[in-house]
Ligand binder design. Structure first.
Ligand code: 2BA
Length: 149
């Protein structure tokens, strides 16, 4: 049986390289932007998924969007961080895939997105597919094909 080690990217499914939900930093729809900014700063990520109270995927929130929300005419109005909720600032219209999608589908989506959120058939959050995971597989493919010649 072939393992992830020797599989071609074109034969792989997203489930084989997914970062599972329990390892992904996230925030919730009702959180104030202040909490979201804290999660982003502490984790070091530029953007993280947003989930509802039942762990269904709702969107993505990032540092740039948060800072834009509190940017006034001449200064940042930091008190607004506690007044605005994540649901009012997040990007909701982002593509999602399922763990059964091919890694090639993931590669296509990752051209425009640093990470793609993976959901199950009912919309529950399953994890993320990162550019890093895809690039590692692309590198393996290139090395494997070069070695075959
Ligand atoms: P960024 O935060 O812009 O991170 C860009 C790349 O920088 C990451 O690429 C990774 O290679 C590196 N990096 C950033 N912060 C890191 C950290 N705390 N630990 C290790 N490496 C770090 P990718 O791994 O391809 O991730 C793409 C994007 O996926 C990230 O963009 C972030 O928005 C999101 N992401 C990745 N892992 C996550 C996780 N465990 N929880 C939440 N979001 C995650």
């Amino acid at each position: 049986m072939s393992t992830t080690q020797d599989k071609q990217l074109s034969d792989m499914k997203i489930s084989e390289v997914l970062i599972p939900a329990e390892k992904v930093a996230h925030v919730q729809l009702n959180n104030p932007l202040e909490h979201a900014l804290l999660v982003l700063m502490k984790s070091g990520y530029a953007a993280v998924p947003v989930l509802d109270a039942t762990y269904k995927f709702a969107g993505i929130i990032g540092k740039t969007v948060i800072l834009n929300e509190v940017l006034g005419i001449e200064s940042f109005e930091m008190e607004r961080l506690s007044e605005i909720r994540v649901m009012d600032a997040m990007a909701a219209n982002v593509p999602t895939l399922t763990r059964e999608n091919s890694l090639l589908d993931g590669l296509n989506a990752s051209i425009d997105h640093p990470f793609v959120c993976i959901v199950d058939k009912d919309g529950y959050f399953d994890g993320i597919l990162t550019r890093r995971a895809i690039l590692k597989q692309v590198k393996k493919d290139i090395y494997m094909n070069a070695y075959k010649k």
